[in-house]
Ligand binder design. Sequence first.
Ligand code: F6R
Length: 613
Amino acid sequence: MCGIVGYIGKADAATVLINGLRRLEYRGYDSAGVAILDDDRVLVSKSPGKVAKLSDKAHADWDAALFHRASTGIAHTRWATHGPPTEVNAHPHLDQSGDIALVHNGIIENYRALRARLEGKGHHFYSETDTEVLAHLIGDCDKGDLFQAVCDALHQVNGTFGIAVLSAQEPDKIITARRGSPIVIGMGDGETIIASDASAIVAHTQRVIYLDDNDIAIVTADSVDIRDLNNIPVTREIAELGLDSAAAEKGGYEHFMLKEIHEQPDSLGNAIRGRLDFDIGSSVLAGMGTSPRELAELSRVVLIGCGTSLHAGLVGEYAFEDLADIHAEVQQAAEFRYRNPILGSRDLVVAISQSGETADTLAAVREANQKGAFVMSLCNVVGSTIARETGRGVYLHAGPEISVASTKAFTCQVAVLLMMALKLGRGRRFSREDGYKLAREIEAIPELVAKVILQNDKIAKIAADYSKNEHAFFIGRGPMYPVALEGALKLKEISYIHAEGYHAAELKHGPIALLEKGTPIIALAVDIPGKDKTLGNIEECRARGARILGIVTEGDHETAECMDDFISIPRCHPLVATIPAVVALQLFAYHVARLRGCEIDQPRNLAKSVTVE
Ligand code: F6R
């Protein structure tokens, strides 16, 4: 969603900031802006649309000398919430005096009341945003000390924020603060970079500090002073990013999504490596921080997440019940805290989130902690809020996922969930021998995925025949049911084809009414228990004129012959098979979207990290 970059140092701030915004483009946004400090004034340039357009606008607004002169500034990409994506609604916003500029991620819930009060004092607002109200509030509180003014203003707001503020009156600092919206501070050599996401920092330094909720920092070119909102100093550790800036480049692929699909043998290798113990037929997941006794005492696993991460949780549900003999259920994170979930100390809650910043998943984590459950996370972004607030869990090590459509994170989430289920299973009914066999199957996942990727050209050809349709149905049973849901989500979000995932048996309870000649049915007909029933469901669809694309097991010729088109995946354990099967569907969705000329890495209306409810 929205992105923040702030810079104070010796380099040309406008260039650093615009480059930083480019690194945040993947998060999804619809307008952008930048503010720089030039002598005793704040200069702002904003534009609806892409960062490239902002760059042109800023070069037009400021002459070359001015553009390159400032060494302090803040910038923003906005994903519209309050008011449409226009130039006037874009950030940075100024206070009444025009001396203070603010960029803000999050939502100020009581902005209407604050705005009315400030209007009563003579303030004039230009935009429809909650952020402009906060900028004015800070200005209204400013009695010559910007830090204190920001503290005083933040005490008056309800809602969430990640902010960066600068003032022409105090040009040697930027103030930044967070509540519910991430802020990372990169400490370079004579320069400091503030960002909502480490990818805007990685080109400058590996040394970072993650702010906690209600932290506020005074940032200069060579210092970071962190306090709480009552001005009490707090200490935060300096962490190493461990990110390679090349990982955030396309590396010769046409799109990040295609690159990330192709990376999966490596990312899965990284997620699995060193985490299997063949001697004991189990997995070693130190981050879970649990003793065998604690695991044995658990009575239930509750998996929570949103979107693709929720679908990974659904595969996990099958894995925990089947392998670990423990009651497992999946709950949609957005609903979790509102339904007053019944939880206790013998419940393991696993929060699944690629970004580790999804607002609903974070709120669910807090609810689960409140209720005394045993909470852990499965995140990709190291140091993300969910990872830090759970304090225990397993990182995916999938590397940065830039494309909005999640691919490698999903497969790594499933691989890690399988390893978690294996570990729990070994404390229960799973024998050493069974554990050993499954560990070998998990070890082979990268190879299985590489075999699917080799079919890229064949999948591209098949996709051509399906790219003209406006509707599609994905069906599956057992662990292939969540794969059907995920396949449908991938197709709809990047190609804008209306796609639905259903349990194969559900079609005849209503959706079958929509089938007509040529309607695509993408059937997960992999050779696992339940396949014969799925084949029956396929026949029901064929009888109504549907065109069937099957995902089948290599060598299962009989099943392949039932399909109009098929993609095969290697034979493997039914739970493991979810991973190569989904990779086939990722490639299918990618090629359909490409043929339809869609903006694959940044689909319309979507954001990479959903930090609002
Ligand atoms: C779909 C997609 C989203 C995310 C969802 C949760 O391709 O990427 O559905 O899976 O927004 O995001 P995380 O995993 O970051 O919590």
